[in-house]
Design a binder for this molecule. Structure first.
Ligand code: NAD
Ligand code: DAU
Length: 335
């Protein structure tokens, strides 16, 4: 049985990945998570204790990370999700983004280097900056790094560290850069769950600027399957882009949420734009599909969205206690 250390495994995508590991593999998992405001330990409840253990701690704590990596043994691997992940927060206070995303990744790299352990580093398409709204261009593995926000700059910094540790120290690592995820357990500060929970609360969705910005949506389950495929079959030192051809304008997404909830499609509000707001992301995932044979299961965004709306409807006890504070924080910025 393979041993894995999953950093950030109590967060949205990390927890989804832990479920994937339990259901589809025989891996034994240690989750290292600081349990910040973004974590959902509830997402790990009920998983078999013989398969999943939660260690509460900081990925930037070198002694702790060294001990956990040493315990994995030579057949083990680290999958590194832990990060501060929300762009809007990085614009209000960038400090934790530098500490967790850059220093935390440095700490992980030094531990896997010392113990000769395999690493998969989870990153984002935002490191490539943005694309024009009306262009056919998509990001590829050779797109230049051009991050716009403190969040994406900190993820770009982390990617550069991983690449340098591969080249200079022969660390056995792969990197993935994925597009926008949606699905269960995503924090309600993020776009899709914020709008779903607005509609379920009887308030209007909030679109930044004109609502014309484009994101390329992928279900978190498809991201998890891709990460496993790269970890087990990917070429060491290689970067893989993960995306499911799910480009939509933000307005299209809000209108789909309204429609699926039986509300008028025009019942949204335009609010203050995000400073430096990236226009469009789009992923060309040809390498991942052709070299590793991965393909998404959620090929119709509207079906994945409907399932996600149902999930938030059924898990109001999880999100409701945080809704008022999240909205009050946005209101301070006219959003
Ligand atoms: P999230 O904010 O939902 O979860 C992050 C998790 O990391 C939380 O459980 C949090 O407690 C933990 N964490 C934060 N700081 C920590 C620290 N110092 N030590 C240990 N744990 C810490 O984020 P997410 O959306 O699940 O994103 C996970 C990863 O995937 C991130 O690296 C992110 O950059 C990347 N990613 C996200 C998306 C997306 O659409 N959400 C897309 C591409 C890549
Ligand atoms: O592309 C991958 C990235 O996707 C990840 O690296 C990030 O961790 C993840 O948060 C996400 O970043 P975005 O900034 O694209 O996601 P967010 O959910 O914050 O916003 C999605 C789009 O919706 C973006 O264009 C801003 C807009 N938006 C967001 C909110 C919260 C709105 O119009 N209204 C809102 O209320």
């Amino acid at each position: 049985m393979r041993r894995l250390l999953v950093t950030g495994g109590a967060g949205f995508i990390g927890a989804n990945f832990v479920h994937y590991l339990v259901e589809d593999t025989d891996a034994r998992v240690t989750v290292l998570d600081k349990l910040t405001y973004a974590a959902s330990p509830a997402a790990l409840e009920g998983l078999p204790s013989g398969r999943v253990e939660l260690v509460v701690g900081d990925v930037a704590d070198a002694a702790l990370v060294d001990q956990l990596v040493a315990e994995l043994g030579p057949e083990g691997a680290v999958v590194h999700f832990a990060a501060e992940s929300h762009n809007d927060n990085s614009l209000r206070d960038p400090a934790p983004f530098v500490e967790t995303n850059i220093v935390g990744t440095f700490v992980v790299l030094e531990a896997v280097r010392r113990h000769g352990v395999r690493l998969h580093h989870v990153s984002t398409d935002e490191v490539y900056g943005d694309l024009a709204l009306d262009s056919p261009e998509r990001f590829t593995e050779s797109s230049p790094y051009r991050p716009s926000s403190p969040y994406s700059a900190s993820k770009a910094g982390a990617d550069h560290l991983v690449r340098a540790w591969v080249r200079s120290f022969d660390v056995q690592a792969t990197i993935s850069n994925c597009s926008n995820n949606y699905g269960p357990w995503q924090h309600i500060e993020k776009f899709i769950p914020r709008q779903i929970t607005n509609v379920l609360s009887g308030t209007r969705p909030r679109l930044y600027g004109t609502g014309e910005n484009v994101r390329d949506w992928i279900h978190a389950e498809d991201h998890s399957a891709a990460v496993w495929r790269i970890l087990t079959q990917g070429q060491l030192g290689q970067t893989y882009l993960i995306g499911a051809d799910g480009e939509r304008t933000n307005k299209d997404v809000v209108q789909a949420v309204l429609r699926q909830c039986g509300r008028d499609e025009g019942d949204y509000e335009l609010v203050t734009d995000r400073p430096g707001h990236d226009l469009r992301y789009a992923i060309d995932s040809t390498r991942l599909r052709q070299e590793l044979g991965w393909a998404p299961r959620f090929t119709r965004f509207e079906d994945g969205l409907a399932a996600t709306i149902d999930w938030y409807r059924e898990h109001e006890d999880w999100w409701r206690p945080h809704k008022e504070a999240v909205e009050a924080a946005y209101a301070q910025h006219g959003q």
